[in-house]
Design a protein. Structure first.
Length: 148
């Protein structure tokens, strides 16, 4: 993976923001305060979830780089509910940012990022985890969903 995953979110969002400046949508603008409050909640929740996942990886002294071998199979904290809490958190924060800024184009582009994660990045990570922790990872995978 040449581009770190957080940057994939940032670059997709920036492309959406550029499209928004060319062709402004009024859908979220008309939502007013609802969009702002929902955006703030989503952004905060996403930041907490992604940050929590990242802190756990650092405490476990394992890699956050897709495709690199992990030293520890992390299965606690938010990893009890989803195998990819950092990606879930980044997705929520991305949606929250769009709500706060009242931009619809970034939301319309988000499926491209999710698809990239789902079909390119995550399979590489999962293959490496199966290689390093064959039985443990299969047990974990059987009880915890990929997303939510």
């Amino acid at each position: 993976m040449r581009v770190p995953v957080p940057w994939v979110f940032v670059l997709t969002y920036l492309l959406g923001a550029a499209l928004e400046s060319i062709r402004r949508s009024t859908i979220l603008v008309e939502a007013g305060l609802v969009s702002t409050v929902a955006g703030a909640i989503l952004f905060a929740a996403g930041a907490v979830i992604a940050g929590w996942g990242l802190v756990i990886f650092y405490k476990a002294r394992t890699t956050t780089v897709p495709g690199k071998s992990s030293l520890t199979l992390v299965t606690w904290g938010p990893y009890r509910l989803t195998r990819n809490p950092m990606y879930v958190g980044l997705t929520l924060a991305y949606l929250g940012e769009a709500g706060l800024l009242k931009q619809i184009w970034p939301v319309l582009l988000l499926p491209l990022t999710i698809g990239y994660l789902h079909w390119v990045v995550i399979p590489v990570e999962e293959a490496r985890l199966k290689e390093v922790f064959p039985d443990k990872y299969e047990q974990y995978r059987s009880r915890v969903r990929r997303w939510i």
